[in-house]
Design a binder for this molecule. Structure first.
Ligand code: GUN
Ligand code: FE
Length: 440
């Protein structure tokens, strides 16, 4: 097993005590094996990190890699129109190649900005290509094909037969769940109630239970969306999900802005997890989720950038800043401080994914998923007597990420992603997009 010694960084451990240490970290294989001052040991690789800041890798709990190619192609619209007029036709035009480069582009951006784990929702077809990109890039991911067997203005190519959708999901699950030494997992991804029959949702519920995997869906993001659900199913969105037995600890909902008190109680009582997507929620003018209230109720909440066409970046530094700032307008400046936001971006995300015993903090026994920031720059100085949480969350940017390690592998070094051929991916992204646009 390869051993890696990282010497002398300031470590924001994000352990239960939020300890900040100046210490060495020894990685053996894919795990953190020792943390301490001046570790005396032989290591295959030594990283001199004096003057750098070590953080756990960010955990983004809602991403669409398949949409990265559509960055800038659906600006300034609201959700339902954005989906029907732009995103669905674009997704319908994907082929294996375009999915692969869309995913590689997205993963390149994610690793470059310190994200080491994602919960990802793909499109209806060609999901094997996204998994191949995930496998090759080295990122840790839970992903699944999107499922949609119902709805208005769904392009023909995205309209699924219910049983076929379930069967194809199981095929993908059997191929990819646990792949790459456990770095890859599968999740069932019914898109949202608006595009799913009850038969499909109940099928997902039963299969997820049988295989012991997560269910990821969008819920209560937009007022038009919840009005459609209420008109068609006769209940509020989350009440409906509970009514058909989906509201369980393996359910992860993205957005959850338009919740009433009963829905919040269902989420808490059933152990459902949430993802906050502030950049997407502002740009699609969806609304602002009441995160302080949800956290105060003890509901696990992670952060995700969502897809490139509704953000338009996949950058956790931006999402952390927005998470803090938008709540302050409503609840006052003391709410959502830098430390609590960094916790959401790391351990919070790990808890949402049920991976809190494996990732999310820098502690002995955990998987080695971490990043080193180089904060020797104008915009993050002075460093004297610094509040490290403030410096990282309120001042640092993605350009400050220097090194990223996932599952013990160095996937980025000196600000260059090592597992992805950047020039090729940028070129191919343009080429496959040009082709894709001719298929619309
Ligand atoms: N709701 C259903 N599909 C989507 C999607 O692709 N993105 C977002 N933000 N919300 C959705
Ligand atoms: Fe989304």
């Amino acid at each position: 097993m390869t051993t890696t010694l990282i010497r002398g960084a300031v470590i924001l451990t994000m352990n239960a005590a939020d300890d900040i240490l100046e210490a060495d970290v020894l990685i053996i294989g894919n795990r953190i094996s020792e943390i301490g001052k001046d570790l005396k040991c032989h290591a295959d690789r030594i990283i001199e990190a004096g003057g750098k800041v070590m953080l756990p890798g960010f955990v983004q709990t809602h991403i669409h890699l398949c949409q990265t190619l559509f960055r800038g192609r659906a600006d300034d619209m609201e959700l339902i129109d954005w989906l029907r007029k732009r995103i669905w036709p674009l997704e319908a035009a994907h082929n294996e190649e375009s999915i692969y480069y869309s995913a590689m582009l997205g993963i390149g951006e994610l690793i470059r900005s310190g994200t080491t784990t994602i919960l990802d929702m793909e499109t209806v077809h060609h999901t094997n290509s996204a998994f191949q990109a995930i496998e090759q890039s080295g990122i840790r991911a839970i992903s699944g094909k999107v499922m949609m067997d119902y709805g208005t203005e769904v392009p023909l190519a995205l309209q699924e037969n219910t049983q076929r959708s379930l069967a194809e999901s199981v095929e993908l699950l059997e191929k990819w769940h646990g792949a790459a030494n456990g770095r890859i997992e599968y999740a069932f991804c019914p898109r949202f109630v608006v595009s799913c029959t009850e038969e499909l949702l109940i099928g997902v519920r039963d299969l997820a239970e049988r295989y012991g995997v997560k269910i990821h869906t969008h819920a209560s993001e937009n007022r038009e969306e919840i009005a459609i659900v209420e008109a068609e199913r006769g209940m509020r969105n989350v009440v409906y999900l509970d009514h058909i037995g989906l509201a369980k600890p393996n359910l992860i909902l993205a957005h959850s802005i338009w919740l009433d008190d009963e829905e919040k109680r269902i989420i808490k009582d059933r152990g459902v997890k949430l993802t906050h997507c502030p950049g997407s929620n502002l740009k699609l003018s969806s609304g602002i989720a009441d995160i302080p209230d949800l956290l105060a109720r003890g509901i696990p909440v992670g952060i995700g950038a969502d897809g490139a066409p509704c953000n338009n970046n996949l950058d956790m530094f931006q999402e952390m800043r927005l998470t803090a700032y938008i709540q302050k307008v409503k609840h006052g400046p003391a709410v959502m401080n830098a430390r609590s936001v960094l916790r959401m971006a790391t351990m919070g995300g790990a808890e949402v994914l049920g991976m809190e015993d494996r990732i999310g903090s820098i502690e002995v026994g955990k998987l080695a998923d971490l990043q080193l920031l180089d904060l020797e720059d104008f915009h993050v100085y002075p460093s004297y007597d610094a509040d490290w949480f403030s410096r990282v969350v309120y001042a640092a940017t993605r350009g400050d990420v220097d090194t990223v390690i996932i599952d013990g592998e160095i996937v980025m070094e000196a600000k260059a992603v090592k597992t992805i051929d950047k020039a090729r991916v940028l070129n191919e992204a343009d080429r496959v997009l040009r082709d894709l646009l001719t298929r619309i």
